[in-house]
Design a protein. Sequence first.
Length: 181
Amino acid sequence: MSEAVVAKRYADALFQLGVEQANLDQLSEELKQVRTVFLTTNQLTDFLEHPRISNEKKKQFLDEVFQDVHIHVKNLLKLLVERHRINVIPAIADQLVLRMNEAKGVAEATVYSVRELSNEEQKQLELTLAKRFNKHAIQLENKLDPSIIGGIRVQMGNTIVDGSIKGKLNRIEREIVTANN
């Protein structure tokens, strides 16, 4: 079974648990923190995947390291250790955020621009995109990309809205090449 499918199943289960117990935001935040720990500490994953270390020692280690983490997140980690799937923690956290955003009508998008967008520009773009994609809200991440020359390019999931000068020049070039053939 692919990592994405496995991550989605665990994220869905944690989502349902969070909805039932009305602590979904807490679970999500704590799982994001755990995700960061796993992504920044390669030794942690190596230790938890080591075949000569017993699962009991690994679980005890998780209890000590993540003692302030909610019991549901800790139990998820222990279950993943038992099933030798600890490497899917980052993907589970990502899937949980996607599931929560979907339930709230929120979408995440990345806007590429030559310069940092002002707060006002970012708010206006969020409102425009929310209307266009029928969402309650859009969470934008602004990344600088000097290769686009000017304008902006927005990526939201698999959808790209290209209003950059580079994109317009590429479209004009394709039209000229097509017209000449």
